[in-house]
Design a protein around this ligand. Sequence first.
Ligand code: GLU
Length: 304
Amino acid sequence: MDYQKILNRIENELREFKDAGNVASYIPELCTVEPSKFGVHLITIDNRSYYLGDSDEKFSIQSISKVLSLTLAFMLEDDSLWERVGVEPSGTSFNSLVQLEYEQGIPRNPFINAGALVICDILISRLQNPKQKLLEFARKLSGSSSIDYCIRVSESERQVGYKNAALINLMKSYGNIKNNIETVLDFYFTLCSIEMTCQELAQTFLFLALNGVNPLINERIISVSKSKRINAIMQLCGFYDEAGEFSFKVGLPGKSGIGGGIVAIQPGKYSVAVWSPKLNEKGNSIKGMKVLELLTTKTQSSIF
Ligand code: GLU
């Protein structure tokens, strides 16, 4: 498959593409990004790379980092994890409080904010220095020592983090948060502030295309079964309240973030990361979704 030719064609087709959305604004620091940024990086399981545009520029990966925290927690916890967080799509927005009260403080899945906060709580209970461990994990998977948190972004989010504070307080009242609320929120905001390039993102998540093995270091990160399960959760819950639409149009497991990034996996073939900061009303990158739709259409391959 000549992926570079296909990516070039997609770039040409999208030259006149009108993405009428907006850059995320509720975290003030995220507004400083140039809305026209656009990058794509695809890595095949035999480590061939194909890319476009600003694929080497770092951006805030935001919720995409929740796949990393889930993977780390799943490495430590086994199936007891699912007693504290579910695996069902939420059908509500990523920071919704309503469902959490009905369901007595057990979040629907690890990718909505409430679920990611529970995962952070688990990592704090299990690890001496979860921030450092998570960073080392991302650097190891990506092979890039320059990956880091962005303090400006985490501080900016902390200052407006009322909804996340409400979510964690509600869960604490149901007994589903074991550690100090401030400590968990601090880890969560820091986790969301990781910056990566499209290249680093695609490389980081390649283990999910290879049944849990990272080809860069030739090391099994998680079992075949756990890799399948993480892909399944991405398929069903990776795109806020738009996972159905993404499945319908793209047909790959993936995860988006409000920084405008999306990572998607074609198991057995490749991992691909896209970045374009303008979001639709659901919080997903408009051009990013379009690129991936065209990619699976033109390669005539999806998981279905
Ligand atoms: N840090 C963001 C929040 O908690 C993550 C949003 C996202 O990318 O979904 O609101």
